[in-house]
Design a binder for this molecule. Sequence first.
Ligand SMILES: [Fe+2]
Length: 193
Amino acid sequence: MITDTAPNKLEPQADFATRFETVDQVINALSEMGSITMIEAGMVELDHALQCAAELKLIRPDDLELQVAGLVHDICHGRCHIRDHGEAGSEAVRDVFGTRVAELVRLHIDAKRYLVEVDKAYRSKLSAVSIETLALQGGGMTPGQIAAFEASPYAEDACQLRMADEAAKVAGREVPGLETWIETLKSVARMAQ
Ligand SMILES: [Fe+2]
């Protein structure tokens, strides 16, 4: 059960809108996630971001954009309503990392709504918190929404990101720190310019 001990997660917040202009601003925002507690016990938001990026690096070592999308996918989590954090995060990182990273961030919510309908094994992997937030995010997709999602050129990668997202909630799991991602962040930002 989610309680108000996690006030930043589920209640509507003041509107949050930002657009990062530099990689340094993104790195600062990621650093700040080191002091934002996750609803899942024993983790902060930065742990989750780093675990997600590490997962994607293992699975898709050559896809730096996908790895960066994994690192920043929740950059607006805790800064706005949970329902809106994909959209807000997408717009926040678009100018720095480009369309593909932004779309993957945006679609990580839809990918969850898609996967719970088409992949029964995925549903069983959802954390209790993720199941609870699913309803706030619109629940499973309708057949029409599934068709529209599958038509997106980013759908497959968004699902990959989403699977990594679910796997990135392991308290105490050691993964490389934020400093190891700085060159990758800069490189993806350069490619986007
Ligand atoms: Fe996440």
